[in-house]
Design a protein around this ligand. Structure first.
Ligand code: PLP
Length: 327
């Protein structure tokens, strides 16, 4: 199964005028696979098993995949959602609340450093939730936030940094962490383009307070659409679980405590915080789980050029490469 073909028109080489001056009517159409799925029979079987089971909405398979993903990335908690954009939205919202009490790290009006090279839905949640994004130039080598530019825009209202690991490249995390510590900034990571990337042996997304991941069609692993938030903080993970589904307590690790606090309520319908509905489906979790087990090793092997990948190639094969380029 191969979908996602696009046709890219490349300018003909024209030394005298330069390619940018080429007449569009003289362009050659070159078919180039912008994104292709890497689904094999395992994904199809996993998807069919979900449809056959009758349990379609978020349940056991999502919980199992969250655990697999947490183990794989070395995170303590993982909360699956329906996209990387939703993951970013929940992270920012979670920074503005503490359901269990205590002061939230961010308040409306706070300034948050964001890279000038960013995805729209990394920046928009800040605006939508009343924070002020402050754009910072990027480092030409890592394409992540440049710290001297960041230093030049710090103010008394700067409270955080929303870092993006771009196209599989990690930021220099020792410098970033030192900078955040020195200036009292809470760090969020957007690792949507960088599943599998490491810095000093630690996986992208395990450095900040939270990190987002995306399983969109063209990313390293795909659940067609899908995303994840990882965090080391149990209370934050619980707030993310409430935010993900209407603000209810059903999926929280401290559900029993809430039930005891409000004994007259049916705890299936106990809503304790603001919320959205950005839940993933069982189908997405089942497919993503196969992808994590098969496509990521495929990637690692193919990238190292040491062994055939899942598609039988000893070099990054078109199916793998096009999926990872995030085009
Ligand atoms: C850096 C970054 N953040 C967030 C997203 C949004 O992810 P999704 O498409 O799953 O909503 C993308 C999408 O490509 C991205 O590149």
């Amino acid at each position: 199964m191969r979908t996602g073909f696009s046709v890219v028109t490349l300018p003909r080489a024209n030394k005298s005028r330069g390619p940018e001056m080429a007449n569009p009517t003289q362009r050659d159409a070159v078919p180039y696979r912008l994104a292709a799925d890497t689904f094999g029979s395992e994904e199809l079987h996993a998807g069919k098993a979900v449809l056959d089971s009758g349990r379609l909405t978020m349940g056991e398979r999502v919980r199992a995949f969250e655990q697999e993903f947490a183990n794989w990335t070395g995170s303590r908690h993982a909360v699956m959602v329906n996209s990387g954009s939703s993951a970013n939205l929940l992270m920012v919202d979670a920074m503005l609340r503490r359901t269990e009490g205590g002061a939230p790290p961010w308040r409306r009006g706070d300034e948050i450093l964001v890279p000038a090279l960013a995805w729209p839905t990394t920046v928009w949640p800040l605006v939508q939730l009343g924070l002020v994004p402050v754009f910072v130039d990027v480092d030409a080598r890592t394409l992540a936030i440049d710290l001297s530019s960041a230093e030049s825009v710090l103010s008394s209202r700067t409270r955080g940094m929303f870092l993006i690991h771009v196209l599989g490249q990690m930021a220099q995390m020792n410098d970033i962490l030192r900078f955040c510590r020195e200036h009292g900034l809470e760090l969020l990571e957007d690792s949507c383009e960088s599943l599998g990337a490491h810095f000093d042996g630690r996986h992208a997304g395990t450095f900040g307070t939270m990190s987002s991941f995306s399983f969109y069609f063209s990313h390293h692993i795909s659940s067609i659409e899908g995303g994840m938030v990882t965090t080391a903080d149990r209370a934050i993970a619980d707030d993310l679980r409430s935010l993900r589904a209407h603000g209810w307590v059903r999926d929280r690790s401290d559900r029993t405590r809430w039930k005891e606090r409000f004994p007259t309520f049916d705890d299936r319908f106990l809503f304790i915080s603001g919320g959205y509905n950005v839940r993933p489906m069982e189908l997405q979790a089942a497919i993503a789980s196969v992808q994590l087990r098969h496509s990521m090793p495929c990637w690692e092997l193919a990238n190292a050029l040491q062994a055939p990948c899942r598609h039988g190639s000893t070099s990054p094969c078109p199916g793998c490469v096009s999926s990872a380029r995030n085009i």
